[in-house]
Design a protein around this ligand. Structure first.
Ligand code: SME
Length: 155
């Protein structure tokens, strides 16, 4: 099965998993598990925009580790830092074919070689990011971007 066919089969399964459930954490947990199981990625998970300081400027709010599958990871990521913080700041998907060439990459694991980070957007605001790491180089492309954005829009 091609990657596109795998995503096409997975998308309705994810839709039915999250349909009718409004709890974001529960949905993120199932989406992380479904993607991780399907593709055997190295690390698959979410960072949520920290909300402790509701009135604080965005620069002092951080990404906080959310539901994930894989090895333990960094707990907090500042705005604009690493691939995750960059995707949050730009409010767009970031594909990194070789993490060692990405200035400011945060290495939670030395085994990771490529990465994609997709923002989860609600009411025009980034509320979380989906971060996927691979031990291979050049794992992610426009097909992943397209389907992962579809998946993130349903959380
Ligand atoms: N590499 C990410 C940090 C998160 S971990 O890989 C799970 C980054 O640069 O944002």
């Amino acid at each position: 099965m091609s990657k596109q066919e795998t995503y096409q089969a997975l998308l309705p399964q994810i839709e039915s998993l999250v349909a009718g459930e409004k709890d974001e954490i529960a949905n993120m947990a199932n989406v992380a598990a479904a993607l991780h199981e399907t593709f055997s990625f190295w690390w698959t998970g979410f960072y949520r925009v920290g909300r402790q300081n509701g009135t604080a400027p965005v620069e002092s709010v951080q990404l906080v580790l959310g539901p994930f599958q894989g090895p333990v990871a960094c707990t907090r990521i500042p705005y604009g830092k690493g691939v995750c913080g960059t995707a949050w700041q730009r409010a767009e998907t970031v594909i990194v074919p070789n993490v060692h060439e990405f200035a400011g990459h945060i290495a939670c694991s030395s085994a990771s070689n490529s990465e994609i980070v997709v923002p989860v957007i609600r009411h025009n605001q980034v509320v979380a990011v989906l971060d996927i790491d691979s031990t291979d180089f050049n794992t992610f492309d426009e097909t992943d971007k397209y389907y992962l954005e579809q998946i993130c829009s349903r959380i």
